[in-house]
Design a protein around this ligand. Structure first.
Ligand code: G6P
Length: 606
């Protein structure tokens, strides 16, 4: 998704902007650009990578004020001219923008009727002209920006500079994140803290409707009615080291390998061995309230949604509360019935996914009680919800989610334990779950040692154009996440089905060209799953089984055996081999593992 970086201070802006943009590369983009102010605006922008941009930025690109951008095309193809920044016709105002201006074509038609000639096809350029033309002689840049935004419908995070005001940047947010970074006599802004952590850990998140004026010696923030707002800086605990590959070939492999530590962090300080409960202070709920819910509804997008399916099963099994998960992107559009006896849980690694945020806002408008399971501290969803559980998994840089997925599933186990122990989950079962959770990091470590074997299997199976993933009940969300990982990063077509549904349709696809990855845990459904394997093999289909023991040789061509935990927690472990399988398939096929085509790390537009 698009990225924004802004700087004002005593240093040259360009190297800081380029470095910041590089840190945002992981979010996905197709072009990049920067502008600095030094007796007029100097712009460089290119279709392609930040490295391509760096080549066209002269060494002596002087100026202590600048803004930069990585673009993910929405209005107009990826090209040099459509890349941001965009300038006003008099080249006084420069704008970078994330989000979508929905009434851009109307605004553009009006401006064109007034004689404005557009240089690009973007919605963003409208903003540059509006700011330049709408301002009165004595308006500050802040006033000019505010006036222009009044006529805009849509979402934005923007940064604006004016050639005539070389000491200030104005930024504004509506639906697209903007975070300010406070330095020593210098100020930064970006769409993601990743771009700031090299320079400062002191940050301020803007709320929707807020605008900020940044100067080298500080900042002021304003609500949409121009009243000044008071903001408390937050210290981020992620540092630049979190954004390095740490010696691994790809961020994805690093993040898969980190999971013993990341899930340890998610449970750290939250398990009580004496009463076999989970302490989740961030939920802001007393025992009476915790007991009051009659249903749990979970929403999230992509992998977050699949981990929500694991979560729903954990809650039903351990707390015996009816629970289900739904894509937030669907939920928000179907005018859902919001029930006061339901606990709503929004899941998001980034805390910025627009569909999930909009669903949370809709729930809040209707009086729903919403908690969040979020990784990014201080993010929009974290601020919007009534309480929640932070994952503490550290930044997830690779587009495909891995460690956030397992940490979210683990956070659900904690939530299920918490909800269960104020209801009917016995101390003995509570202890069983707590002990199971404690075993997980070591067991993940064990699975990771099978990396080489899984790499070989990936070579073998990735040759096929299509793969089927099946699992029953607890194994089904695991199959869905496995298929999602494979298609996201290797572009091999993958379908996920409940194993029980295979005979109701998709069995027609099975043949020598369509291998099946079967999730077969050692649980009460083992025999049923083995029967399914027999049906697949009888139709000439190859089977790669992931489970807890070797089956009869006739039932699987290959088996990945993993350690057994409690049945409710097994899904977390069953996911790990599938992450490795997708990773090694993508490497074998020569894909851009960390930045798969057409995808963005966090989708902050509709
Ligand atoms: C995008 C990413 C997915 C991710 C989803 C939700 O679609 O490509 O990998 O699962 O967003 O992201 P979130 O930050 O809300 O967990």
């Amino acid at each position: 998704m698009c990225g924004i970086v802004a700087y004002v201070g005593p240093k040259d802006a360009a190297p800081i902007l380029l470095e910041g943009l590089q840190r945002l590369e992981y979010r996905g983009y197709d072009s990049a650009g920067v502008v600095v102010s030094n007796r007029g605006l100097k712009v460089r922008k290119v279709k392609g990578r930040v490295a391509d941009l760096a080549k066209v930025v002269p060494v002596r690109f002087k100026g202590g004020l600048g803004i930069g951008h990585t673009r993910w095309a929405t209005h107009g193809v990826p090209s040099d001219t459509n890349a941001h920044p965009h300038l006003s016709a008099d080249e006084r105002i420069a704008v970078v923008h994330n989000g979508i201006i929905e009434n851009a074509s109307d605004l553009r038609a009006k401006l064109e009727a007034d004689g404005v000639v557009f240089a690009s096809e973007t919605d963003t350029e409208v903003l540059a002209h509006l700011i330049a033309r709408g301002a009165d002689e004595n308006d500050t840049l802040e006033e000019a920006v505010r006036k222009a935004l009044k006529s805009v419908v849509g979402t934005y995070g923007i940064a604006v500079i004016d050639a005539e005001r070389p000491g200030e940047v104005v930024v504004a947010r509506n639906g697209s994140p903007i975070v300010l970074g406070i330095g020593e006599k210098e100020m930064f802004a970006a769409s993601d803290v990743a771009a700031l952590v090299r320079y400062t850990r002191q940050v301020v998140h803007l709320e929707d409707g807020e605008l900020a004026v940044l100067k080298a010696d500080g900042f002021h923030t304003f609500a949409s009615d121009a009243r000044e707002t008071a903001k408390e800086p937050l210290t981020v605990d992620w540092d630049a080291g979190h954004y390095d590959t740490g010696g691994y070939e790809h961020y994805l492999l690093k993040e898969i390998s980190e999971q013993p530590e990341t899930i340890t962090r998610t449970m750290s300080g939250r398990l009580d061995e004496r009463f076999h409960v989970a302490h989740l202070g961030g939920l802001n709920m007393d025992a009476r309230e915790t007991r009051s819910f009659r249903r749990v509804k979970i929403i999230g997008c992509g992998s977050a949604y699949y981990s929500g399916q694991i979560g729903a099963q954990l809650i039903e099994e351990l707390a015996r509360i009816p629970a289900d998960a739904e894509p937030a992107s669907e939920f928000r559009y179907r005018n859902p019935v919001v029930d006061p006896d339901t606990l709503y849980v929004a899941i998001s690694q980034s805390g910025e996914t627009y569909d999930t945020l909009a669903a949370v806002q809709e729930l809040k408008r209707k009086g729903g009680r919403v908690i969040g399971i979020v990784n990014a501290v201080g993010s929009a969803i974290a601020r919007e919800v009534d309480g929640g559980i932070y994952l503490h998994a550290g930044p997830e840089v690779s587009v495909a989610s891995t460690k956030a997925f397992t940490s979210t599933s683990l956070a659900f186990a904690l939530l299920a334990l918490h909800l269960g122990r104020v209801r009917d989950l016995s101390p003995a079962d509570g202890r069983r779950v707590v002990e199971g959770l404690r075993r997980l990091p070591g067991q993940i470590e064990e699975i990771l040692t099978q990396g080489d074997k899984i790499a070989e299997l990936a070579q073998k199976y990735a040759k096929h154009p299509s793969m089927m993933f099946v699992g029953r009940v607890r194994g089904y969300p695991v199959a869905r996440e496995g298929a999602q990982k494979l298609k996201e990063i290797s572009y091999v077509h993958a379908e996920a089905y409940p194993a029980s549904e295979l005979k109701h349709g998709p069995l027609a696809l099975i043949g020598p060209d369509m291998p099946t990855v079967a999730i077969v845990p050692d649980d009460e459904l083992l025999d049923k799953n083995l029967t399914t394997l027999g049906e697949i093999r009888a139709r000439g289909g190859q089977v790669l089984m992931v489970g807890h023991r070797e089956p009869d040789a006739k039932l699987a061509d290959d088996v990945i055996v993993i350690p057994k935990n409690e049945i409710e927690l097994d899904p977390i472990l069953l996911t790990i081999p599938l992450q490795l399988l997708a990773y090694h398939a993508a490497v074998a096929l020569g894909r851009d593992v960390d930045k798969p085509r057409n995808l963005a790390k966090s989708v902050t537009v509709e």
